[in-house]
Design a protein. Structure first.
Length: 503
């Protein structure tokens, strides 16, 4: 309202002034009310935007975690996870072993070995010159003797032995005499123990497929042996080794430390599981359709075992509480490497370093004849272990509760939870020097099974997995005890197998 209008209202009198003021107050209240409505609406829009921003932050965090998970899956290999080396493909995987300053080949001070002459050769061929060009006889003249030896195998050929007997009547007393053949000769024509041992050696130790084993024997000795005969020989040896397998199982159950592991095998087109129980002197294999408790119970070793079971973190093993448990730290080191490489968790690198540091200290104490670590040293390592766990929680807080569905989100978080819960099992090699750092013994024993599958394919015949397990367990046990494999198989064919002595 301009100045002239205000003067005009004033000149009209007090009544007009009062009306003007009232109208202005009413208009001002209306404007204020309108402004309040606008502010309320604006506040609502701001609250909506805040909620949207919060939702976007949550979505962004979930997408970031998902991206990290996907990248971690892509980056997984045999050096930073439990994936087998066969899954690495053509990628060059960095070796996790520490480099040394040693050059390749024999090291300084290493005593070399070469082909040496045999003191008593089987055959001597005299090539000495007997007559001089002038006609002089040199046979009785002593000279400087020179010798060279050729180590060779004779041409392999079959040796057929015919055993003859008869049925004859004594002309005086008329007693009938019937020849008794050796107990191991039961058929009109049969293969001897050495040849049967070779059949088993080629198929169960060298993993040759039946057709190639038959071909090799034919090329070596000129005699064709059918694939069915190879199967029958293995089946007979399977029966001969029943007592040995039971003895191995009993001795494993009585051992203070046993390694356990399992791996998938293909049987008649389906995936079964080959279970292994091993010590440094004994090996037992058992195949089953299941991987977990049902298989372990039927095999019958772990349910009765009361020593220390070394294994990876397959939870079925923890269902058996007669024994104590020890975790494989080779698995832990690989998983910690994956947590550091894929999720950038610094605590994982610290934990891997601690586990290796303890391992080296244990080995150093063993080398000077000590069989345990001091209480002070154990306490120091325990404190450091817990400090690293706490660092991991600070670095990546994890909400864990008893409610279903509340759990760690990725491999690194699950590993942190596991290491905290199973700290004693993880550090068992520090508390007891008889317990190894890893479960590599069982993994080495299972590696031959994977090699057999690569060479010969899956098990096809009824009962062939059981035959392989029993014979292969016997072969592995013989090797661990310094026995010649071929000789041990021949003894087993004869019915006198090698039986390990219990400790």
């Amino acid at each position: 309202m301009d100045e002239s209008k205000i003067i005009d209202v004033y000149n009209k009198g007090i009544t007009e002034v009062i009306s003007l003021v009232k109208n202005m107050h009413t208009n001002l209240n209306g404007e204020i009310n309108g402004l309040s409505c606008n502010i309320t609406q604006l506040n609502g829009e701001i609250s909506g935007l805040n909620r949207e921003i919060l939702d976007l932050k949550i979505d962004n965090k979930e997408l970031t975690l998902r991206l990290a998970e996907l990248e971690a899956k892509i980056n997984k290999n045999s050096s930073n996870s439990s994936k087998p080396p066969s899954s690495d493909g053509l990628k060059k995987i960095k070796n996790s072993r520490e480099k040394s300053n040693n050059h390749t080949g024999g090291q300084l001070g290493h005593k070399g070995r070469t082909l040496e002459k045999i003191e008593n050769p089987d055959e001597v061929i005299d090539l000495r010159i007997k007559i001089c060009d002038c006609g002089c006889d040199l046979s009785n003249i002593e000279g400087k003797l020179q010798t060279k030896q050729v180590i060779e195998i004779p041409q392999i050929k079959l040796k057929v032995t015919e055993l003859q007997g008869n049925e004859v009547e004594c002309p005086d007393c008329h007693k009938i005499h019937i020849t008794k053949f050796p107990t191991n000769v039961t058929q009109p024509v049969q293969y001897g123990e050495n040849l049967q041992g070779l059949m088993v050696y080629l198929t169960q130790y060298q993993f040759l497929p039946l057709a190639r084993a038959s071909e090799l024997i034919r090329d070596l000795v000129g005699h064709t042996i059918s694939e069915g005969t190879l199967v029958n020989v293995n089946n007979r040896l399977f029966k001969n080794l029943e007592k040995v397998e039971n003895t191995i199982k009993d001795q494993i159950i009585a051992s203070p430390v046993v390694h356990f592991d399992e791996t998938g095998v293909r049987c008649s087109g389906k995936t079964n599981w080959l279970h292994n129980a091993s010590t440094d002197k004994l090996t037992h294999y058992g195949v089953h359709k299941k991987r977990g408790m049902e298989a372990t119970i039927e095999i019958g070793i772990l349910p009765e075992y009361e020593g220390t079971a070394v294994h990876d973190h397959w939870m079925s093993y923890y269902s058996f509480d007669k024994c104590t448990h020890a975790e494989c730290n080779a698995h832990n080191i690989r998983n910690l490497k994956g947590a550091y490489e894929n999720y950038k968790h610094a605590w994982a690198k610290d934990m891997a370093g601690l586990l290796i540091e303890i391992k080296k200290h244990v080995e150093a104490l063993k080398s000077i004849g000590q069989n345990k670590m001091s209480t002070e040293e154990i306490s120091k390592y325990q404190i450091e272990y817990k400090r690293i766990i706490a660092k991991g929680k600070e670095e990546n807080p994890i909400q864990i509760s008893e409610k279903a569905g509340s759990h760690a989100k990725n491999d690194a978080e699950r590993l942190l939870v596991r290491l905290e819960k199973y700290d004693i099992e993880t550090l068992s090699y520090m508390y007891d020097f008889a317990i190894p750092f890893d479960n590599n013994l069982a993994e080495r024993d299972l590696r031959m099974t994977k090699l057999r599958q690569k060479i010969s394919g899956c098990f096809r015949g009824e009962g062939s997995p059981d035959v392989f397990c029993r014979i292969r367990g016997y072969i592995s046990t013989c090797r661990k005890n310094g026995q010649n494999v071929m000789e041990s198989l021949v003894k087993a064919v004869k019915g006198d197998p090698y039986i390990p002595e219990g400790k």
